[in-house]
Design a protein around this ligand. Sequence first.
Ligand code: GDP
Ligand code: MG
Length: 355
Amino acid sequence: MLNKESLRHQKCLISLVFILLMILLFFYSFGTLCGPSISYNVNRQLTTITTTLINLKLSPVSNIQEPYIFSKKQYLNETRQPTVNVIAFLVASPTGDMRLAYNPYPRLRERVIQLDERLGDNKTADLIIFHTGYPFHGDVTSIMKATARNVLFVNVDHIFYRFSPGFDPHIRDPTWTQRGKWNYHHMCYFWFKQVFELKIIQQYRYMMRLDDDSQMLGKWPNVFEIIAKRQALYIANRREVDFDYVLPGMTLVRNITLAFIRKYNIRPRNPDMMADIFNRTLETPNYWNNVEVIDLSLIRQIEVIDFMRWVDESRGIFLYRWGDAPLRYITLALFVNATQILHLNKLGLGYCHPC
Ligand SMILES: Nc1nc2c(ncn2[C@@H]2O[C@H](COP(=O)(O)OP(=O)(O)O)[C@@H](O)[C@H]2O)c(=O)[nH]1
Ligand SMILES: [Mg+2]
C-alpha cells in the first residue's frame, strides 16, 4: 500500500519536472528566435583544452585566447577575402568616474576615417582595436559603420594588467607614472611582447601599429605591399632617445642585451644599431614606434621569442620603465639586417605624434 502510494508520488513528481522542463525549453527557444536581433556577435573563442595544448606544443608563441571579440564580419554578415595585413590600435574604454573619464572612441572614429582616406591599401587590411574595459554599443557600431574594413574589437583585460613574472606591484612604486600607477608600463609590455602572443594576431603576416594620438600626413602608398615586395622586416619611424636621468635604469637594458648575446652566442645582425645602443653614455636610442610596420614572421622566430622572454623575466619593463620603443630597437639590432629595415622618412611618408 505504502509502496504503491510512494510510486504514485514519484510518477507525479517526474511528470511535474518533465512539464517544467518543457515550459523552460519553450521559453528558451522562443527567446532565442524572437529576441531583439543582436547587432554584433560575441565571438567567444571556446576551444577545447586539448586543442589549446596542441597549439601550445606546435607554436612557439603562447597563443593566448581572447575571450571577447566583436567582429564586423559577423555584424554585417560580410564575406570578405581574408587578409594577412592588420592595423592595430590600443585604447582604454572610459571607466571609473564617467564625468572625468576620457572617451577615446569618437577621436578613434575620426582617425579610422582618415586612415581609409590616406592609406592606399584599398581598405583591405583588417583593423583591430585592442581595448581594455567596456566600450558602449554605440562606440563600437559607430566605428564599424565608419569604415569598409573588417573591424575587430578585441578586449585584452585578461592580459593587459599582468606583470612580468615575480614582479610585485604592491611593494614597489614606479619610476614613471602616466594615467594609473602602472598603466604606462602595461602599455609598453603590451606592445613589446603581449600583442604578439594573442591568438587573433597569429593569422596575420604584417602588423601596422598606429596610436590614436597620431596621424598619417598626406597620402600613403600601400605600406604592406612595400614591405612585402622589398622583403623587409620592419618599417621604422624616426629615431629618438631615452635619457637615463629621465628614466633611471634605462641603460641597464644593455646588461641584459650583453648577457643574451653571450649566452646564445649571437652575432648581432645590425652592428651599427648595436654600436648606437652601447656607445652612448646616458642615451638609449629607439625608433618612435607609435607607428611601425612589422613582418610578424620576425617575432615568431625562436631566438626573438627568447629575447622577449629574457627581457620579460628581467622585470626591467616594470622596474625601470624600459619602453617598447628602445626594446624594439634592440630587437632589430640583434636580429635584422640594415637592408631589411625601411624608413618612413626615406619613403617620403609623414607622421605626426602627438597631434
Ligand atoms: N587600454 C589602454 N591603452 C593605453 C593605456 N595607456 C596607453 N594606451 C594606448 O597606447 C597608446 C600609446 O599610449 P600614449 O600614452 O600615447 O604613449 P606615448 O605616446 O608613448 O606617451 C595609445 O594609443 C593609448 O591609447 C592604458 O592604460 N590602457
Ligand atoms: Mg602617444
